[in-house]
Design a protein around this ligand. Structure first.
Ligand SMILES: [Fe+2]
Length: 207
């Protein structure tokens, strides 16, 4: 985890005004070891940063989408944006519930997310859709891993949120996005990059 937020606060002239540093956990009487809460806050913050990024990617695509499917995708992207925004709040409040500090601001999210950065300009519908699928799959993979670990640690509340809200919402949205790509070979080839290799060249272009 990067700790640049602290430097920025000081650079902004507000002095050392933090009451709790990012990456720390305070005590919570919820019968969970502080080491478990610390570990799960780190995992939740990674999923939170990636979910904020996916949420914002949906709004970007909602605004910038082009072509004959404009209206249906304009609406679908906004629906998924709203559902991802709910997940952002749930994840952030779980971090706070565990005694941690939720990542929040765009600069900190940009430094933390592992989702490939899209260009500022508009892209074709298919590239938009493949970017979304790639982001969903990454979040799904890290959510499954974190849910398993939380279960083993006895953090059942975190496991429940990750499985019943984050995982299931992302899997459900992948169904809707994948069906928009029904004629591109994605279901046969099994992955966004296999079906659209040119996207692979643009990955992490801005990092
Ligand atoms: Fe709108």
């Amino acid at each position: 985890m990067k700790q640049k937020g602290t430097e920025r606060t000081q650079h902004n002239g507000h002095g050392n005004s933090e009451i709790q540093q990012y990456g720390t956990v305070v005590n919570r009487p919820i019968s969970l070891d502080s080491k478990v809460r610390q570990t799960n806050c780190e995992k939740l913050n990674q999923i939170l940063a990636d979910t904020i990024t996916l949420r914002d990617m949906y709004k970007k695509h909602h605004w910038q989408v082009a072509g004959p499917t404009f209206y249906q995708l304009h609406l679908l992207f906004d629906k998924h944006f709203a559902e991802q925004a709910e997940l952002v709040d749930t994840l952030a409040e779980r971090v706070q519930t565990l005694g941690g500090v939720a990542i929040a601001m765009a600069h900190d999210v940009a430094e933390t997310t592992t989702i490939a950065r899209p260009p500022r300009g508009r892209e074709t519908v298919n590239v938009q859709l493949f970017r979304l699928l790639e982001a969903h799959e990454q979040i799904i993979a890290e959510t499954r891993e974190a849910a398993d670990a939380a279960d083993e640690d006895g953090d059942l509340g975190t496991n429940d949120i990750l499985v019943s809200e984050v995982l299931r919402t992302n899997e459900f949205q992948v169904w809707f996005i994948t069906e928009q790509l029904a004629n591109t070979g994605i279901e046969e080839k099994g992955g966004a990059e296999a079906a659209m290799p040119e996207l692979a060249g643009s990955r992490r272009g801005g990092h």
